[in-house]
Design a protein around this ligand. Structure first.
Ligand code: HEC
Length: 172
């Protein structure tokens, strides 16, 4: 189990991999969920800020505005959304009828697309908790959100600087 975890974390940076190895799950370092957000390419469709938008996955919904509960997010990540661009991330999700009570055969071509990286249940929980803590219900993406994602002073965040100067109704 632990070995498999480490193997799954091979694309993650060393720091991430050692966090995975040390931490069986209770109190996860915030970085783990974020690394999964990047490694599983949530970032490619939903963008770093989670607001989504057009892209090769179709219109990825805004995670900032999502009203889903933790359980529902875990289900969407595990099972994807049939007929949309949202991939499933749990290996073998449609081998049985554990996802929405539907099997691969019944879904036919509507089966959600395969993920870039399969995730273990504990990784799905970690990235779910990352989304809940850092993305969901956070309003418009701000300069400080951007720095939290890319690092202090990151150039790519400069576009958010002017917005930071003029308070745009943020709560923080
Ligand atoms: C290939 C593009 C793509 C990738 C990769 C992707 N998503 Fe999505 N996601 C979508 C699309 C498209 C939707 C909208 C589905 C729909 O129309 O119901 C969606 C929907 C969702 C929803 C449901 C939101 C709601 O309010 O109903 C959640 C939660 C979500 N994605 C989280 C994630 C996370 C976390 C990851 C990474 C593990 C991820 N997604 C990876 C494209 C993607």
């Amino acid at each position: 189990m632990r070995l498999a975890l480490i193997a799954a974390g091979m694309l993650v940076t060393l720091a991430g991999a050692s966090a995975l190895a040390q931490d069986p799950g209770e109190h996860r370092p915030a970085g783990q969920g974020k690394q999964i957000y990047q490694r599983a390419n949530c970032v490619g469709c939903h963008k770093w800020h989670g607001d989504g938008g057009g892209g090769y996955g179709g219109d990825a919904l805004s995670l900032r505005k999502s009203a889903l509960t933790r359980e529902q997010i875990i289900e969407v990540l595990s099972c994807g959304r049939p007929g949309t661009g949202m991939p499933y991330h749990l290996r073998g999700a449609y081998d049985g009828d554990g996802c929405y009570g539907i099997t691969r055969q019944e879904l036919g071509k509507d089966i959600p697309i395969e993920p870039l990286a399969y995730l273990r249940p504990s990784e799905i929980e970690a990235v779910t908790d990352y989304v809940i803590a850092n993305v969901q219900h956070r309003g418009e993406p701000s300069y400080s959100d951007c720095e939290a994602f890319f690092g202090t002073g990151a150039r790519t965040c400069n576009t958010y600087k002017s917005a930071a100067a003029a308070p745009a109704g943020g709560t923080e």
